[in-house]
Ligand binder design. Structure first.
Ligand SMILES: Cc1cc2nc3c(=O)[nH]c(=O)nc-3n(C[C@H](O)[C@H](O)[C@H](O)COP(=O)(O)OP(=O)(O)OC[C@H]3O[C@@H](n4cnc5c(N)ncnc54)[C@H](O)[C@@H]3O)c2cc1C
Length: 594
């Protein structure tokens, strides 16, 4: 097969979110010619939706803050499953990456002294999130995009990569198709950076954008890379629950960081009943103390609404199960007591979102919220220093990668993750590409993949890809959501196997031009594989930790505190194994204990 366009580059970056754009800059700074592909348009990646801010221990408002406290908060918030070295690099470098972004032209909100302002978020001891109102992702993407474009990236928008190409053990490029007309494009690249983001779309209610189908993990698996802790999916405590068409859309943690409180149907501030022993010392004990914290963050402890996300999400679930839920089956999130001017200034997008989508004026009335699928802590395993995977020439950064967040991500830690590890991945891939020759491209790999892609269009009749997606979403929502059991997970696995068989018979009408059903036919195959790994890993981890809550194993288990679950593909089958979490050096253990 040679009916395709070819693009030659040193480094191919897959994904134009914050991680991918920062990787492009890093690789170009090493002298590499860089190609960038994205399923959507430049400037429209999922990162654009990020609201609350990027965490970095700048210490602008709370001068006691430093990288060590950020390190401690992240390891504790991740329930000790993160890679200590990844977290150390992250906490040390995040402040410089934020200041660098400012030098590139990002305009953050300011303190009275003209420094970058920082807001409080769950699990962070100090005010740490650099932000631009509640539109931080937009500013980050705008800034990185301007910088990358001015440096000369070669941009391929609306193109889906369907397979990584290899020469022997190492990466030699990738093949994809233009979403507009189905044209096949082959990228010859010495190194590839995966920055494809997360995978919430196999669940019914999610805050994620349409791009989040998990392509990166399947591309990596098929190329021989390892995945880690795929059972760790984050359920953000506050998604919209009403109206039904808006269910799952995020209500930023910034609402609680700026004084918002959670109430059940009896008007009780129920989070006071759910403070784990582990966090008791640093959490307000009384309503009075929590109220005082809003205006004096130095002398009072944080309210329980700002406990890590896994704790708050489980508490909301329990309140609803106990019959103390709101009218539409969630709980109430109230910020109206903070005053309309303050709310409009701090949370302009939230005001618009509720007014226009739900006809609720949050400056006067409470919001109704329930946990929504939000983030994926598991992903492609990579080296903390370089983001290199176990496949030579393949790098991974951003949400598709794993290691930083352990069992639960702290809010704000993703945006700074993209900057810290996007840069490291780009620089390492750039260096690798400048030191290595191009590999060969395999015609048979390309033909095989393109054949698979075209199959649904050749069938006269068969399964409908949208129907399969609906059934998968219902299954994952019911059995692999916030509260899991062996019985439910086994049912989910059975259903996934059934759907995989049916997916072999998908038929789609029309041709390759402007055909969303055809895109869906391919995306559902990817989502089925990702779902299988999530469910099998969730069955394997017989304990509760962070985002993974097993009703039948409701406690943390010391064995699992020290083990990650690794997934890889062997002869087309997913194989799981356990690997010891790397031992933290003594000097860092002291920081955690301190
Ligand atoms: C509503 C919302 C609010 C959030 N707020 C915050 C916040 O305040 N602070 C914080 O730290 N985090 C926040 N997050 C999380 C954070 O936004 C994401 O984790 C982060 O943006 C992911 O960035 P990324 O660069 O890894 O990937 P993304 O931004 O998801 O980009 C992925 C890119 O990969 C492309 N892609 C995927 N598959 C393919 C393929 N097969 N071929 C070609 N291209 C492909 C996509 O088109 C896209 O360009 C929020 C998330 C949501 C949903």
């Amino acid at each position: 097969m040679n009916n395709y366009e070819v693009f030659n580059c040193d480094v191919l970056v897959i994904g134009a979110g914050g991680a991918g754009l920062r990787a492009c800059i890093g690789a170009m700074e090493k002298g590499a010619k860089v190609g960038l592909v994205t399923k959507s348009l430049l400037g429209k990646a999922h990162t654009v939706m990020a609201e609350g801010g990027a965490a970095a221990a700048l210490g602008n408002l709370d001068t006691e803050d430093n990288w060590e406290v950020h390190f401690r908060d992240t390891i504790r918030g991740g329930k000790f499953l993160a890679n200590w070295r990844t977290v150390e690099i992250f906490a040390r470098e995040a402040p410089e990456r934020i200041l660098e972004l400012e030098r590139y032209g990002a305009v953050f909100d300011r303190t009275g002294k003209g420094l970058i302002s920082q807001r409080a978020f769950g699990g962070h001891k100090y005010r740490r999130l650099a932000h631009v109102g509640d539109r931080t992702g937009l500013e980050i993407i705008r800034t990185l995009q301007d910088k990358a474009v001015s440096m000369g990236i070669f941009d391929y928008p609306e193109l889906t990569i369907i397979r990584l190409l290899k020469d022997g053990d190492r990466i030699s490029g990738a093949v994809g198709y233009r979403r507009m007309d189905g044209g096949i494009v082959v990228f010859k690249a010495k190194a590839v950076v995966l920055a494809t983001g997360g995978w919430g779309r196999m669940y019914r209610f999610t805050s994620n954008s349409w791009e989040s189908t998990g392509d990166g993990v399947v591309l990596a698996l098929r190329a021989g890379a390892e995945l880690k802790d795929m059972e760790m999916v984050q359920f953000h405590p506050t998604g919209m629950i009403w109206p039904p068409s808006m269910r799952g859309i995020l209500v930023t943690e910034g609402v609680r960081g700026d004084g918002g409180i959670l109430l059940n149907s009896k008007g009780e501030r129920f989070m006071f009943n759910y403070v784990p022993e582990f966090y008791r010392k640093e959490t307000a004990e009384t309503l009075e103390e929590a109220l005082k914290w809003v205006h004096d963050k130095k002398n009072y402890r944080r309210p329980p609404e700002l406990l890590p996300r896994d704790v708050v999400a489980r508490a909301i679930y329990k309140e609803v199960q106990a019959g103390r839920g709101s009218e539409h089956g969630g709980v109430y999130l109230q910020i109206s007591h903070m005053g309309a001017d303050y709310i409009r200034k701090r949370l302009p997008s939230m005001v618009d979102q509720f007014l226009h989508l739900g006809n609720v004026d949050i400056t006067k009335e409470p919001m109704e919220v329930y946990p929504t699928i939000h983030y994926t802590m598991g992903g492609v395993t990579s080296d903390p220093e370089t983001c290199a995977t176990n496949v030579p020439g393949l790098y991974a950064c951003g949400e598709v990668a794993t290691g930083l967040h352990g069992a639960n991500r702290l809010g704000g830690n993703s945006l700074s993750d993209l900057l810290v590890f996007g840069r490291r991945a780009g620089e390492a891939a750039g260096e690798y590409a400048m030191q290595n020759e191009s590999g060969e491209i395999s015609e048979s790999e390309i033909s095989e993949e393109v054949n698979l892609l075209m199959e649904p269009l050749r069938r006269e009749s068969g399964e409908n890809p949208y129907q399969l997606h609906t059934e998968l979403q219902d299954t994952m929502q019911e059995h692999a959501m916030i509260a899991r059991t062996e019985e439910g997970l086994k049912r989910a696995l059975e259903k996934i196997h059934e759907l995989k068989e049916r997916a072999k018979k998908i038929a789609v009408k029309g041709d390759t031009c402007f055909n969303p059903g055809w895109h869906q036919a391919r995306d559902i195959q990817v989502m089925l594989t990702v779902s299988e790994v999530i469910v099998r890993s969730a069955l394997e981890r017989k304990e509760s930790r962070g985002g993974h809550w097993r009703l039948d194993y409701d406690l943390e288990d010391p064995y699992w505190a020290q083990h990650n679950i690794i997934a890889r593909l062997e002869n087309g089958e997913i194989k799981l194994s356990h690997r010891k979490v790397p031992e933290m050096p003594e000097h860092l253990k002291k920081i955690i204990e301190g």
